[in-house]
Design a protein around this ligand. Sequence first.
Ligand code: BG6
Length: 488
Amino acid sequence: MNPTTFVLFGATGDLAKRKIYPALYHLFLNGKLPEAFSLIGLGRRSLSDATFQAHVKQSLYDFYRFEVKEDQTLQAFLSLFGFNILNIDKQEDFVQLKGRVEAWEQGHEGLVNRLFYLSVGPEFFGTISSQIENSGLGEVTGWKRLVIEKPFGHDLASARVLNAQLSEAFAEEEIYRIDHYLGKPMVQRLEALQQANPVIQALWNNRYIANVQITADETVGVEERAGYYDHVGAVRDMFQNHMLQLLMMLAIQVPQNSTTAENVRLKKKKVLEAIEPLQRQDVATRIVRGQYAAGTLHGTPVQGYTSEPGIAEDSINDTFIAAKLNIDNYYWRGVPFYIRTGKRLKSKHTRMVVEFKDPIKSLGSTQQSITPNLLIFDIGPDEGITLQLNTKDHEHQGGFKPVNIDLYPDRTEAPEAYETLINDALIGDSTFFVHWDEVELSWKWVQPILEAFAENEVPLHPYPAGSHGPAAANEMLAQDGYRWWFDE
Ligand code: BG6
């Protein structure tokens, strides 16, 4: 790869320290960074290069997932880092930054690349990208790329405004929008599983599948993020992005001949386009909104949402959301996709369960039904793929009993989401990044929910901390004759 400068806005922030530096270090150790590589960290306070390097080093000690060795390799890595003070409102700061980047580039041969990573609040994205454009920092002989993190807007209108701003400085192919769920190894495996297995391909449709359940439960509450979370809620924080991405990744028909980024993203877009739109008047019946009340989590009493520091006593913010979606296409018509996510639930897990049709029930027989076959994807914190089948039960005449087959016994150390994503951004593979079309379509789908929630047109179900969420989320499935799996 040609000489590359990694320009990092928000270099002393939390994400940089927890995720970006450890990921870059891992890529460096594995020979995956460009041979000529330089990172310029930017922040509002002045730091010397040496102090910045010490900060990066400390973050490796605190957050790298393997042992950090104090050796020449570590020194070589840290020597790639420099720091510049920058006020995003001052064009002269960008001009000065450009001078520093160019000075480094002049010492290297070949076309030069610049990757701009915005590890800052989304309210700064527009200003930064205009400054990059106006200062000439965006003029490169090689490639330039922009990496940003969600949230991409607050609703449909603000997402469009933001995108219009970014588009003035960067073409769509140059924008890499991170949704860290797309970096999770199990999510990335879904595509290969479908592509390489005719057995899965053959079953991946409404002839065999009864319903799909996607759950992302968290035990944490609002933590120290009251200011952010109380304006966002589960619908914007998790549902509009991570949950809909999981749905797309599960429901796409992976193109057999070519899994280029373009093809995969096109297929994902087709899934989103096929989701039956939700009308505002149906939100109250199709969506379950919940908020955690006081309860007990693993034996410890915890307070309710409205007693958390920084949260108003009368907040109606959603900390839980469950929804039923129908994908109206040839493959999925008639298969409900149930989604739920929330904070302060019983355990932390992200899981997708594909429930197959009960062959006995489908034939209309009055015989006792059997446990359905399930294909279970555990995405995190523990990974796994399990297939639940039925076998003969020797103890009960004519009976069956379910058996689990572990399809993923080879648990080699999986890469961290950010290692994969930063590497992909450097090599220009956008398969696991979010295209603007996906952002726009997903905001479009949730827009009626945002409006109905804001106007308080939907019941707000309290649920005790440490539970599985409000009973209304169970009723949603019970009405269709199903239940959430693994809630015991
Ligand atoms: C983030 C949300 O995007 O995802 C957080 O802002 C949430 O509220 C987190 O806790 C969950 O991510 P993970 O990887 O722990 O499931």
